[in-house]
Design a binder for this molecule. Structure first.
Ligand code: NAP
Length: 149
């Protein structure tokens, strides 16, 4: 959920709560519900949909497109996704739990203003969903590699 782009000064706690319900609490609800099933898998994998906007490094780097994003709720929700990912990864060492940034993709989220196709955006998601039991866990990745937190 993107929630529309509202500038930081205009954003309310109620708007932020609505967005966190989907992007953060929804993620925890789904993960918690699926854990018993995942525990029965020989190669349990969780891929959390983060965003480059969840990177504190990226939104504080002048010159990067992420620096200019004006709102609070969406990037904060994705930073929370990143934290939840690393905490699950440590708590569940038999699972591979990673956060991915699909890239700026043409979808309803951005009124199809993204610069890549859904197929291109899905590539890193599918790749990380297919990693084996010895694959990376606790990572934050795009198609180009690890992203600074
Ligand atoms: N597009 C990008 O450029 C981009 C970049 C970085 C990260 N992401 C992330 O990638 C993920 C997918 O985004 P997208 O671009 O595919 O967005 P999208 O086209 O807007 O799709 C969002 C999906 O989430 C579902 N959804 C929304 N609220 C929900 C709720 N409360 N409960 C259950 N399902 C709900 C929607 O279901 P309905 O269709 O039924 O409403 C829809 O299937 C998101 O986590 C987004 O933050 C996207």
């Amino acid at each position: 959920m993107g929630g529309g782009v509202v500038g930081a000064a205009d954003e309310t706690a109620d708007q932020m709560r609505t967005l966190f319900e989907t992007n953060v609490f929804g993620l925890v609800r789904v993960t918690h519900a699926f854990l018993p099933l995942l525990q029965r898998s020989a190669a349990p994998v969780v891929v959390n949909l983060s965003s480059g906007l969840g990177s504190l490094a990226a939104v504080t780097a002048p010159g990067l497109p992420t620096f200019g994003y004006p709102g609070i709720a969406y990037p904060a929700s994705k930073t929370a996704v990143n934290m939840i990912t690393v905490q699950y990864a440590k708590a569940l060492p038999n699972m591979r739990v990673n956060a991915v940034e699909p890239g700026y993709t043409k979808t309803d989220l951005n009124a199809n203003t993204g610069i890549q196709t859904v197929e291109e955006g899905a590539e890193i998601i599918v790749r990380m969903a297919q990693i084996g039991p010895d694959g990376q866990t606790g990572g934050y990745l795009s198609a180009h590699g690890p992203i600074p937190w």
